[in-house]
Structure formats: structure tokens, C-alpha cells
Design a protein around this ligand. Structure first.
Ligand code: ADP
Ligand code: MG
Ligand code: MG
Length: 363
């Protein structure tokens, strides 16, 4: 069968001059048969273009089509996905990337990846409530994916650099059919180690640190006070602040935490305080100056060690002091412990539960 790619074009002609003189080889996966790619329906419109559900030789895929003015984002995202040893269960699987000439004779950039059945975590939490196990599964897999991204190692003669995500939000995390998370939207991701990164100079400071989504910006980012002397740790800590907010989002939709009381509708972090479109300045006041965080519900009873430990984990991620924040690896361990604590809770009285497991793992 012959499939046709429905070419989409959302940019404007005047932006074309930025993209016409391409010298780099965009197509890194020549074996990928893009002619058999069929775009079926628009899943979402992001900041940089449009994401389609499609199929590639009977396989369900997602295709991110970039506007030409966002070529740099495309190149960066492709570059990160194709970095050695990036593949991981909890990072969305990259299939291929291509530059094409669209219907109107203009350039467009395609990034093909695995289709995540439930779409973004944001959408998932708006639609569903989760139980304790479901919550831990989401949190654990998110932390596991990020621990992988943040790690650097050498395997089979190839080294994987540490990578910071720099735009972690519930919209940039996907939920797979099995209820586990996969990190995605690596458009702002940045290598922190290895020889392709040099220490940023003063003039690059804002460029390095002031990226991402304002709602999820860490206090030090809002203050322009990211410690660039150790920017590897600093940028990982910025990611961890966002993880704190995301764990809070997940927990607000966990029915087991409300003990039979109704579970509130999904709300974004700081939506209760600042509404739908918070500004940078508003977040500066609330997050940096007043050191406020999203509210941990009164309904989350602390009579169980599991609930107490969950709250501590969230608070230890969004700590005002960046250096005091948990690492992704530590959150991964904590979420694994939390998962098993609940099953012990349900057989043993929560108040009699030993407290040693959660307390000993802090980093
Ligand atoms: P942008 O950089 O424009 O924000 P994203 O990569 O975040 O683009 O994608 C935008 C949205 O498209 C996501 O929030 C999600 O709803 C949807 N989406 C992206 N990738 C996938 C995928 N692989 N499977 C399912 N939905 C996806
Ligand atoms: Mg996005
Ligand atoms: Mg993006």
C-alpha cells in the first residue's frame, strides 16, 4: 500500500530564510522508511508545532512537526535523543528525524517517536484519579527516567553524558499504556558533562538558566541566582524542584490519600494561588520571596508513615535550598519504598509501622 504523508505547515513565509541554508545532515536514520509514515490525527499543539498520532509500517507512532522557526529546538531535541545510551524505558523512544519540504514548498522538521497511549501526565491526571500503587508507579518511573537522564557512565566504549531536562512539567511527561511515565520534549535538554559542553561565560548565564515553563521555575531560576560554578549540579537541582511540583500534582489525584473524602479536581501547581497564566514576576513573589509551595492537603492524614514519607519526599524535592534537594536516584528509591509501605500499611496498623525505611535513605 502506498501511504501519503499529510504535510502540515503552520509557520509563515518570512521565517523561511532562517532554515534554507542547511548544511548539516538532518536525516540520521536512513533506514527509516518515512515514505510509509502516515499522519492520522492531531494529538496536541505544543509551543513549537504540532504533534500527530501516526503509523509507520503498522506501528503506532507520534510525530512532532516543528515550525521552521524552531529548527534549533528540533536539532537540539534530535541531538539529545540520539546521544549514546539515551534509550531507557522511562524516556520516550526515539524512532527517527527528518527534514522535509512541505506542500507549500517550505521546510518542516519531523521527529518520530513511540506513541504514548495516555498522552501527557497533565492530561492523564485531569482525566483519572489514581490509587496509591498507581501514584507510586507514576512517581517512581518519572524519577527513574530522570535518574537515567542525569547519570553519566561509560558502556561498551561509549560514554553517556549527564543531561538536564530543563523543561520538566506534567505536559512534558508522557504516560504509557501500563501507567508508567516516559520523559519527553527534550527541546531544551542540555548535556552537562563530556567534551561538547564548555563552561558558560557570564554573557550566557540567562540563556543557560532562564528556560522552561515559568510555573515550574525553581526559586534560584526566578532570582537569576543559579550557581553556575557547579552548573552540572545546579541544573539537576532545578529539574528536581520541578519533580517536587509534579509529585504534588500526582498526589493531589490519589484517592487513597483522601480516606473516602472526595478527590478534588486536578489543578496545576500554583493554579489555586495564581490562576491559569501566572507571570514570572508573580512567581518570583510567591516562590522566591515568600517561599510558598502548593498546599499539601489537610486530608492527607499523617497517622501513617507512608503518607508522612510521601510529604517529606515532595518537600525535599522543592526545598528552597537547591543543594538540599533530593537527587532523582534518591526519589526513585523513596518511591519504590513508598509502594511497598502501603501494602504493609493495609495489613498492619499504620501507627505501628516502623519508620526506619523512609528515614534512612535521604541523600
Ligand atoms: P512542545 O515542545 O511543543 O511543547 P511536546 O513534545 O511537549 O511539544 O508535545 C506536545 C504535546 O503533544 C504533549 O504535551 C503531549 O500531549 C503530546 N505528545 C507529545 N509526544 C507524544 C507521544 N509520543 N505520544 C503521545 N502524545 C504525545
Ligand atoms: Mg512540551
Ligand atoms: Mg518543548
Amino acid at each position: 500500500a502506498i501511504y501519503f504523508l499529510i504535510r502540515v505547515w503552520h509557520g509563515s513565509q518570512r521565517e523561511l530564510h532562517h532554515t534554507m541554508h542547511l548544511t548539516d545532515d538532518i536525516s540520521i536514520t536512513p533506514s527509516l522508511d518515512m515514505d510509509n509514515l502516515k499522519l492520522l490525527q492531531v494529538l496536541d499543539r505544543g509551543r513549537y508545532g504540532c504533534v500527530w498520532k501516526g503509523c509507520l509500517n503498522e506501528r503506532e507512532v507520534a510525530v512532532k512537526v516543528f515550525n521552521p522557526c524552531h529548527k534549533q529546538n528540533f536539532l537540539n531535541e534530535r541531538d539529545i535523543y540520539t546521544t549514546a545510551h539515551m534509550e531507557h524505558d522511562n524516556v520516550i523512544r526515539f524512532i527517527g528525524a527528518e527534514e522535509r519540504i512541505g506542500m507549500e514548498g517550505t521546510v518542516e522538521y519531523l521527529l518520530v517517536m513511540d506513541y504514548a497511549h495516555h498522552g501527557s501526565l497533565y492530561h492523564y491526571l485531569k482525566t483519572y484519579m489514581v490509587n496509591w500503587t498507581g501514584m507510586c508507579r507514576l512517581g517512581h518511573s518519572l524519577a527513574r527516567g530522570l535518574a537515567h537522564l542525569h547519570s553519566d557512565f561509560v558502556k561498551a566504549g561509549e560514554s553517556k553524558p549527564a543531561v538536564a531536562h530543563r523543561d520538566l512539567t506534567s505536559r512534558n511527561i508522557l504516560v504509557k499504556a501500563d501507567g508508567s511515565c516516559a520523559l519527553s520534549d527534550l527541546g531544551f535538554a542540555m548535556r552537562l558533562t563530556g567534551n561538547r559542553i564548555c563552561n558558560p561565560g557570564q554573557e550566557d548565564t540567562a540563556h543557560i538558566t532562564e528556560v522552561g515553563t515559568v510555573r515550574y521555575m525553581a526559586p534560584e531560576v526566578l532570582e537569576g541566582a543559579v550557581n553556575l560554578r557547579d552548573f552540572e549540579s545546579a541544573l539537576k537541582q532545578v529539574d528536581m524542584y520541578a519533580v517536587g511540583l509534579i509529585l504534588w500534582e500526582i498526589a493531589t489525584r490519589c484517592q487513597d490519600l483522601y480516606m473516602g473524602q472526595p478527590v478534588p479536581e486536578y489543578m496545576q501547581p500554583f493554579q489555586a494561588e495564581l490562576g491559569q497564566h501566572p507571570t514570572f514576576e508573580e512567581l518570583q513573589v510567591i516562590v522566591s520571596r515568600e517561599k510558598r509551595r502548593p498546599q499539601l492537603s489537610d486530608a492527607w492524614r499523617e497517622n501513617s508513615q507512608a503518607v508522612k514519607s510521601l510529604k517529606e519526599t515532595i518537600e525535599d524535592c522543592w526545598d528552597q535550598d537547591a543543594e538540599a534537594r533530593l537527587t532523582a536516584l534518591c526519589v526513585e528509591e523513596r518511591m519504590a519504598e513508598l509502594m511497598s509501605m502501603w501494602s504493609r500499611n493495609s495489613t498492619v496498623s499504620p501507627t505501628l509501622n516502623p519508620t526506619s525505611t523512609a528515614g534512612s535513605s535521604s541523600v
